[in-house]
Design a protein around this ligand. Sequence first.
Ligand SMILES: [Zn+2]
Length: 149
Amino acid sequence: MSRRALELFVVRGLNRACDLVDAIAYRPAVVRLTRRLPFFWHCQLARASITLDERWGTGYWDSDSAPPVPEGLCDACGRRAAWLVVGGSSDEEEFGDGEDADDRDFLDEHPVNLCGWCRLESLSRPSNQAELDAILAEAGERSIGWRWR
Ligand SMILES: [Zn+2]
């Protein structure tokens, strides 16, 4: 195995190991049981993989098929690593050029980071921080409900 192939193997392997730990550590029952611990798992293996990728230049995290990069903690449950962003996207192309700045709502101005377990299921979009906080609290509680799925 060439050095390059070995580096790619290590970078990819660390991320796969991270996915395996996530599959157990992020289950609702596990998050609920470990809620009072000061420290929790948030994709340290993936971060090690990203660091080594940058050092070795394997390109794994830059490729088209790269996994999503973990971005801090989920704003809803506060325990899992965040992968998704909701809101804050009015400036992007998907909304087209015709959008008026007045149409931007609170979520557009205050994007939320979410893990793969937490979902904002409110029927209305929040219009202020208090409403957003309530929706996030509800989403966090729902995502750690007592069930093994
Ligand atoms: Zn979450």
